[in-house]
Design a binder for this molecule. Structure first.
Ligand SMILES: CCCCCCCCCCCCCCCC(=O)SCCNC(=O)CCNC(=O)[C@H](O)C(C)(C)COP(=O)(O)OP(=O)(O)OC[C@H]1O[C@@H](n2cnc3c(N)ncnc32)[C@H](O)[C@@H]1OP(=O)(O)O
Length: 225
C-alpha cells in the first residue's frame, strides 16, 4: 500500500534492508588518498602532452598499479557508506555512487551539507574530464549532479526514495574549473511522492535547475514493505 511521504524521525538503517554499511571514518586513509590520486591521474591522462616514451612508461606503471589492486572486492556491490554531516546529521549513500561515492574515482565527489536557509548545499569544481561542449560541463553530468542533490534532499528529510521523474532546464552555460554551488530542498509531499527542487549556480547565476518526483521507499514494519 502507499504511505504518506511524511518524514521519519531517523533515516532507516540500510542494514534492515540486508545491505552492508561502512562508516566513512572506517575507510583507510590510504584508500581515500589513492582515490584522490586516481582522480588526478584521470585528469592528467586526459590532458597530457607527454611523448611516446613517457606515455609507454606511464601505461606500464598504471598496469602495474591495477594488477596490485585486483583481487576480491573489498566491499560488495550495494555496500552503503554512512556519513556524519555537520550538526551530527547521518546520511547514507552507496559507497561507489557515481556522483558522491568516496571510493569512486570517477565521482567529483559531491559533498552536500545542511544549508542555513534549509535544504542542502554543496560546492564543487569540475575539471576537464567532465567536459561536454568546449570549456563547458557536460549536460548529462549536470543532470546527474542535480539528481544526486535532489535525492539527497529527500533523504536528509528522512524520506529516502528513488527518482521517478526528473526535469532539467539548462539556463546558461556551466564552465569547467570554477567553483559551482549546488542547492536542493524538498518542496512538498503527497502520499509516497516527495517533490524536490535543485539549482546549480556559477557566480551567483543559475546555470541549471531541476525538479524531481522521488518515490519514497517502503520502510520495514510499514504495511506493504
Ligand atoms: C535503505 C536506506 C537507504 C537510505 C538511502 C538514502 C539515499 C539518499 C541519497 C540518495 C541519492 C541518490 C540520488 C540518485 C537517485 C537515483 O539515481 S534513483 C535511480 C533511478 N530511478 C530508478 O531506478 C527508479 C525506477 N522506477 C521504479 O523503480 C518505480 O517506477 C518507482 C519509482 C519505485 C515507482 O514505482 P512504485 O513503487 O510501484 O510506485 P507507484 O505505486 O507506481 O507510484 C507511486 C506514486 O508515484 C507516482 N509516480 C510513479 N512514477 C512516476 C513518474 N515517472 N512520474 C511522476 N509520478 C510518478 C505515481 O503516480 C504514484 O502517485 P500517487 O498515486 O500516490 O499520486
Amino acid at each position: 500500500m502507499t504511505v504518506d511521504a511524511k518524514p521519519v524521525a531517523e533515516l532507516p538503517d540500510p542494514r534492515d534492508y540486508g545491505l552492508a554499511v561502512v562508516g566513512e571514518e572506517e575507510l583507510p586513509a590510504e584508500l581515500t588518498s589513492l582515490v584522490a590520486e586516481v582522480r588526478s591521474l584521470v585528469d592528467a591522462v586526459a590532458h597530457t602532452r607527454a611523448g611516446d616514451e613517457e606515455l609507454s612508461a606511464a601505461r606500464a606503471s598504471v598496469a602495474e598499479a591495477a594488477a596490485r589492486l585486483r583481487g576480491g572486492p573489498r566491499h560488495e556491490i550495494g555496500t552503503m557508506v554512512r556519513h556524519i554531516r555537520d550538526g551530527g546529521r547521518v546520511e547514507y549513500g552507496t559507497l561507489t555512487n557515481l556522483v558522491a561515492g568516496p571510493t569512486n574515482a570517477a565521482a567529483p565527489p559531491l559533498r552536500l551539507d545542511t544549508a542555513p536557509e534549509g535544504g542542502l548545499r554543496a560546492q564543487v569544481r569540475l575539471n576537464g574530464t567532465y567536459q561536454g561542449p568546449p570549456g563547458l560541463v557536460h549536460g548529462g553530468w549536470l543532470a546527474a549532479l542535480l539528481d544526486q542533490a535532489l535525492g539527497a534532499a529527500a533523504g536528509a528529510e528522512g524520506m529516502p526514495g528513488l527518482t521517478a521523474h526528473l526535469d532539467v532546464d539548462y539556463r546558461r552555460p556551466t564552465p569547467l574549473n570554477t567553483p559551482l554551488e549546488i542547492t536542493s530542498r524538498v518542496t512538498g509531499t503527497e502520499r509516497r511522492k516527495v517533490f524536490v527542487a535543485a539549482e546549480i549556480r556559477h557566480g551567483g547565476e543559475v546555470t541549471a535547475e531541476g525538479t524531481a518526483v522521488m518515490v519514497r521507499i517502503d520502510l520495514p514494519g510499514e504495511e506493504g514493505a
